[in-house]
Design a protein around this ligand. Structure first.
Ligand SMILES: O=C(O)CCC(=O)C(=O)O
Ligand SMILES: [Fe+2]
Length: 201
């Protein structure tokens, strides 16, 4: 919790076991193979994306309920909010729910995705309470040259005036089965893949 709140991102090794990873490839791999490249500058002209992945596999449950992910999401987002209901001052505790899900496969020759905050979708101001706790499960190894996601640690603390700069970003390097847990306010982006023919998912 301390690292996540300070840096906004961390890697948990062996978040998913080998059996889960194989099953995810069996269920999602054919859908990725059948998918065209996204075809736009933001989603990636050499990137295949498959959404709604709970409709395509039933093997994600142990991943999204992993105590280090779900537990962190609950600790961060289930903060009581005090409201008046008539003359009663009441604490409402928000629940958490799964939001968008996507398998993202980056192929050789993909350019850099612009650095962005995923919680921009919530049209919110920063800094402020976290409204998304996110998980990137590595289905293949992530390296600095195969598209390991670029992250700017600590950038969830920034206000909305400060732009992200490429020099501040670090590539995510992790083995297949590891999970990158990160907050929705952290600037990040898919990394370019100029040098390697290996695909990343
Ligand atoms: O796949 C990645 O490395 C990151 C993609 C991303 O940040 C996005 O599409 O919002
Ligand atoms: Fe993103």
């Amino acid at each position: 919790m301390e690292i996540l709140e300070r840096d906004g991102a961390l890697i948990v090794e062996d978040l998913a076991d080998a059996g889960t990873l194989k099953a995810l490839w069996d269920d999602l791999g054919p859908a990725l193979d059948a998918r065209d490249y996204s075809g736009d500058w933001y989603n990636g002209t050499r990137t295949r994306r498959v959404s709604s992945i709970f409709a395509r596999t039933n093997r994600l449950t142990p991943v999204v309920t992993h105590p280090l992910f779900l537990g962190a999401a609950r600790r961060i987002m289930q903060q009581p909010v005090h409201v008046w209901i008539g003359r009663s001052r009441t604490a409402l505790v928000p629940t958490v729910q799964i939001s968008g899900t996507q398998a993202i496969q980056i192929h050789h020759g993909q350019g850099k995705q612009p650095l962005h905050r995923d919680d921009a979708l919530h049209l919110r101001r920063h800094p402020g309470p976290t409204s998304r706790v996110q998980l990137m499960l590595a289905m293949s190894d992530f390296t600095a040259d195969n598209g390991g996601t670029l992250m700017i640690p600590g950038s969830h603390h920034w206000d909305d005036e400060r732009p992200p700069r490429a020099e501040e970003a670090f590539p995510t390097e992790m083995r297949a089965g590891s999970g990158l847990i990160w907050l929705g306010g952290v600037y990040h982006g898919a990394a370019p893949t100029p040098r390697t023919p290996r695909v990343r998912a």
